[in-house]
Design a protein around this ligand. Structure first.
Ligand SMILES: *[C@@H]1O[C@H](CO)[C@@H](O)[C@H](O)[C@H]1NC(C)=O
Ligand SMILES: *[C@@H]1O[C@H](CO)[C@@H](O)[C@H](O)[C@H]1NC(C)=O
Ligand SMILES: *[C@@H]1O[C@H](CO)[C@@H](O)[C@H](O)[C@H]1NC(C)=O
Ligand SMILES: *[C@@H]1O[C@H](CO)[C@@H](O)[C@H](O)[C@H]1NC(C)=O
Ligand SMILES: *[C@@H]1O[C@H](CO)[C@@H](O)[C@H](O)[C@H]1NC(C)=O
Ligand SMILES: *[C@@H]1O[C@H](CO)[C@@H](O)[C@H](O)[C@H]1NC(C)=O
Ligand SMILES: *[C@@H]1O[C@H](CO)[C@@H](O)[C@H](O)[C@H]1NC(C)=O
Ligand SMILES: *[C@@H]1O[C@H](CO)[C@@H](O)[C@H](O)[C@H]1NC(C)=O
Ligand SMILES: *[C@@H]1O[C@H](CO)[C@@H](O)[C@H](O)[C@H]1NC(C)=O
Ligand SMILES: *[C@@H]1O[C@H](CO)[C@@H](O)[C@H](O)[C@H]1NC(C)=O
Ligand SMILES: *[C@@H]1O[C@H](CO)[C@@H](O)[C@H](O)[C@H]1NC(C)=O
Ligand SMILES: *[C@@H]1O[C@H](CO)[C@@H](O)[C@H](O)[C@H]1NC(C)=O
Length: 658
């Protein structure tokens, strides 16, 4: 409370010190008034954001399953999904010109290549680039004939983290509405936090009411964390066409109820967050990774962190996470709770950006004068009281007390999935039981000083399997220095092409080939700030188109080589298990597209700064010159924290504390 008061004083002090425009002054008043109003009137009825009591599923007494095996629900889904992908996958592969007997490799649901796709974090930048990536894999739009189109229809899993969870989770919750249509309706030109003066009062009133209703139902919200506000704001954009902008839309209901999910036409979606240890501010690279799927919520890692097997792991039904459980059982009631897994709260949890904002305030927020002090101080206050996180009622309370490190914690503390540096959510795909054969991972991380990916995320996943979790294998990858020196971050590169060239190799443990697909500025300056929270139509179109171009290599690679080599990698594990020799044309592909373990002298590598609207050298060398997408006019894109965003964010945070 003390920090709250100090923050508030600092906010007010700063408010009088900086030259407020009339709009800014009115904004502050409106937000204040909205918050006051929310305290006296509550959202009621069906359309509430608050979790609510409901009858429990019949016959269930033990609500926790340990993560020894995949849930039967997921297994059933994937079995049905694999039967669905056989036709689109066979069609796509037949167009790739391989000499293999495709029908043999895709003969049945157990044998067919299992494809996963993953979208990295990075705010709207990653969401929009990732949306373009998904769009380039989707065969439902004939406007541009991408060679990669059809792979979405062939994928078993899709994972998203932080900004990537907005793309993947939103796409799933929207029943796979085609990307351009969905994004066109998301009002991205309105700042996430600031809908404009005319709408601000009702907007903030609604959000404050929602969050107050959740608090009144007994959940930490309102004064305790920013994630509810943040998640509600995201929902106004990403599920804009649902009643009350997703106010009562849960992730589990939205996805289970989607017709494309019911017909198994959707890759199984997995959202990723990481657990922060009690009383820690920094997330270690060994933090436990949490999964939120339409069926299950929990972790394969140890509860509370630590070495693998140092404590149990566990899952509960995503729809029932808010239920009060002791030792996995109802605590003297017959009531379960629904609604904690609100769509916005789920994707907000994967993206507690503000947590990172605190840690990075020194650099990321530099140069914004008085605003910097305000934001640093306000967010710093949040961090001290551990309010910069997503708090979930702990279903593992009182369960396996001896070994479960969070057995006595009321809440599970989750933060942005990118905080353990594994910004591309490969983790769900390398779980050996899932038997994924090939993963396409889109990287829109801002690793370098100029906001481009440099392989840091790949290296972090690799490093975890070496140092922290040796029960998992991952492709061997080089350090970021080598990524940059060898240009592996300019173009799709395959890793783990040789199935024994992986960490912790064990011939009985499955691990996929990884295709690393970095964002590269083919047609737009896609290195926008993570904290850019509004995009004009021109800007978001440029971002999506650039994601498409980065995935399809803008159609530049001649003789169908990109499609052929992608197909070689996609089927390679299946080829191996069917005892088929690698074909000469696939061997040629692998010589060019796989990282072969080579190390170069990286000491004199210049800073990585790809020219905007250019083509990477690797692709140029294979190009016959006709691009599918022409460069967008990116001159107008602003790459800064807009003042109104900082004001709105600071005011919102301050108001929540007052
Ligand atoms: C959400 O509210 C709407 C409108 O009242 C209602 O039709 C819908 O059934 C509710 N959804 C859930 C999951 O409660
Ligand atoms: C929900 O159930 C719990 C436990 O039975 C009870 O304490 C609580 O008052 C109920 N809440 C509502 C809103 O009925
Ligand atoms: C998950 O599987 C269990 C056991 O088969 C079943 O009782 C339950 O209804 C399933 N849940 C969903 C959401 O399909
Ligand atoms: C699937 O195909 C593989 C390889 O052709 C074969 O070994 C296996 O028996 C088949 N499984 C089923 C269930 O048909
Ligand atoms: C198809 O893609 C183009 C851009 O390539 C986009 O402008 C259009 O809206 C998309 N159509 C649909 C139906 O999604
Ligand atoms: C991570 O490793 C550090 C150092 O070994 C240890 O102190 C910490 O408890 C571990 N955290 C987790 C979540 O495993
Ligand atoms: C379990 O029930 C007891 C008795 O009603 C109550 O004191 C306790 O707070 C409950 N625990 C949880 C975690 O709900
Ligand atoms: C485990 O911890 C819970 C919460 O403190 C307690 O209620 C319960 O009795 C403990 N269970 C055992 C078996 O010690
Ligand atoms: C890669 O990104 C990391 C994370 O920002 C940074 O520390 C490192 O210096 C970068 N390395 C290269 C070679 O760009
Ligand atoms: C690799 O993991 C270890 C153990 O978690 C950690 O201490 C180290 O910093 C990591 N290395 C890099 C380069 O991230
Ligand atoms: C795969 O890697 C192993 C270990 O590095 C090596 O012995 C083997 O020759 C490689 N196989 C091929 C086909 O490159
Ligand atoms: C974006 O990248 C270009 C070139 O790679 C660089 O010149 C520019 O400064 C970057 N913009 C930002 C905001 O980092």
């Amino acid at each position: 409370m003390k920090t709250a008061i100090l923050s508030t004083l600092a906010l007010l002090g700063a408010a009088s010190a900086f030259p407020s425009t009339p709009e800014e002054i009115i904004a502050r008043g409106l937000i204040h008034q909205a918050k006051h109003n929310a305290l006296v009137s509550r959202a009621e009825g069906d359309l509430s954001y608050a979790p609510y009591n409901t009858s429990c599923p019949a016959g269930v007494t033990d609500f926790i399953t340990t993560g020894q095996a995949l849930s039967s629900n997921e297994t059933d889904y994937i079995n049905a999904r694999m039967n669905k992908i056989i036709d689109p996958l066979t069609n796509w592969l037949n167009g790739a010109g391989l000499t293999y007997d495709i029908n043999q490799l895709t003969s049945n649901a157990t044998n067919a290549p299992k494809l996963g796709i993953a979208v990295s974090g990075g705010g709207y930048r990653a969401m929009l680039g990732g949306a373009g990536f998904i769009s380039a894999l989707d065969n439902r739009n004939d406007t541009i004939d991408f060679e990669t189109a059809g792979l979405l229809q062939s994928a078993a899993y899709m994972s998203g983290l932080s900004g990537g969870s907005w793309a993947v989770g939103g796409f799933a919750a929207q029943d796979m509405t085609p990307i351009w249509e969905w994004m066109g309706g998301a009002r991205l030109d309105e700042n996430i936090f600031w809908p404009g003066l005319l709408d601000a009062y009702s907007y903030f009133t609604e959000i404050f009411e929602d969050v107050a209703a959740k608090r009144d139902a007994g959940f930490p919200a309102f004064e305790s964390q920013l994630t509810d506000y943040w998640g509600r704001s995201l929902s106004y954009h990403l599920v804009a066409d649902t009643p009350g902008y997703g106010r009562n839309l849960t992730f589990s209901d939205a996805v289970r109820g989607a017709s494309s999910f019911q017909s198994n036409d959707m890759p199984f979606p997995v959202m990723v967050a990481v657990e922060r240890e009690n009383d820690q501010i920094i997330v270690g690279q060994n933090a436990s990774i949490w999964e939120m799927t339409p069926y299950q919520w929990g972790t394969w890692g140890p509860l509370g962190g630590g070495a693998p097997d140092s404590s149990p792991n566990g899952f509960v039904d995503t729809a029932l996470v808010g239920t009060r459980l002791v030792n996995g059982q109802l605590n003297g009631t017959d009531q379960c709770v629904n609604g904690l897994d609100n769509f916005g709260f789920v994707i907000g949890t994967s993206a507690t950006l503000f947590n990172q904002g605190v840690l990075q305030a020194g650099s990321a927020l530099q140069g914004y004068g008085i605003f910097q002090d305000v934001v640093e101080d306000v967010l710093g206050g949040f961090s001290d009281s551990r309010n910069d996180v997503a708090l979930w009622r702990n279903p593992f309370y009182g369960w396996m007390n001896d070994t479960n490190k969070i057995a006595q914690s009321e809440n599970v503390v989750l933060v942005d999935g990118g905080e353990a540096l594994e910004n591309i959510p490969f983790n769900p795909h390398i779980k050996p039981e899932r038997q994924v054969d090939f993963v396409l991972g889109f990287d829109a991380s801002a690793d370098t000083n100029s906001g481009w990916p440099n392989g840091t995320s790949m290296y972090a996943t690799y490093n975890r399997t070496i140092n922290d979790d040796t029960t998992i294998s991952f492709a061997n990858v080089p350090t970021p220095d080598q990524f940059v020196a060898q240009g592996l971050n300019t173009r799709p590169t395959f890793f783990g092409c040789n199935s024994s060239d992986v960490t912790n190799f064990d011939e009985n443990r499955h691990t996929p080939i990884i295709a690393y697909v970095p964002a590269y500025p083919y047609v737009f300056n896609a290195n926008q700030s993570t904290f850019k929270l509004e995009y004009s139509a021109e800007e978001y179109s440029g971002m999506i188109a650039n994601g498409e171009a980065s995935t399809a290599l803008n159609g530049l690679v001649s003789d169908g080589e990109w499609k052929r080599c992608l197909a070689c990698a996609l089927v390679d594990r299946a080829r191996e298990r069917n005892n088929v020799d690698r074909s000469p044309e696939c061997q040629t592909c692998f010589n060019d597209w796989c990282w072969n373990g080579q190390q170069v002298d990286a000491s004199n590598t210049p800073e990585y700064e790809p020219e905007i609207n250019s083509v990477p050298q690797f692709v140029q060398d294979k190009s016959d010159g006709s691009a599918l997408i022409q460069p967008y006019d990116s001159g107008s894109a602003q790459n800064v924290f807009s003042a109104s965003f900082v004001l709105a964010a600071a005011a919102l945070v301050g108001a929540a504390l007052l």
